[in-house]
Design a binder for this molecule. Structure first.
Ligand code: 5GP
Ligand code: ZN
Length: 113
């Protein structure tokens, strides 16, 4: 079976535009950016989706939020504004079954839908 692409990126096996990393999380540029700044944040651990994350004990959720803010600072959108979203399951169109948060910014993003 083909291994999960985001696990491979997080391990450094696939050359990707890494924005920031620490021992738990990796941020890299989306291959098909939908805004001037479009970064994906993933845990190094293969967690399927927000459902999987939210059912875990511990502080990984808070650490993830802190990491997302650091990424926003790194790409220079923390003051101009940005959107964070994660797709969960088929109705949301989750393509990759490894938890990822989109960070979008760098322009007026318009209304949410
Ligand atoms: P989803 O629809 O699951 O929320 O988003 C998956 C995202 O991953 C898409 O925006 C897609 O462009 C991005 N993506 C898929 N495969 C790759 C890849 O191999 N490298 C990078 N950098 N992004 C990817
Ligand atoms: Zn994975």
């Amino acid at each position: 079976m083909e291994e999960c692409i985001f696990c491979r990126i997080a391990r450094g096996d696939v050359p990707t535009g890494i924005v920031l990393e620490d021992e738990r999380f990796v941020a890299f540029r989306d291959i098909h950016p939908k805004a001037p700044q479009h970064v994906l944040v993933v845990p190094r651990e293969h967690i399927l989706s927000l459902n999987d994350l939210g059912r875990r004990p511990g502080d990984i959720g808070h650490l993830l939020l802190q990491f997302i803010v650091k990424v926003a600072e790194r790409v220079g959108v923390e003051e101009s504004g940005y959107r964070v979203l994660t797709n969960v399951g088929p109705d949301a169109g989750q393509e990759v079954e490894h938890l990822h948060f989109h960070i979008l910014g760098g322009e007026d993003l318009g209304d949410f839908r």
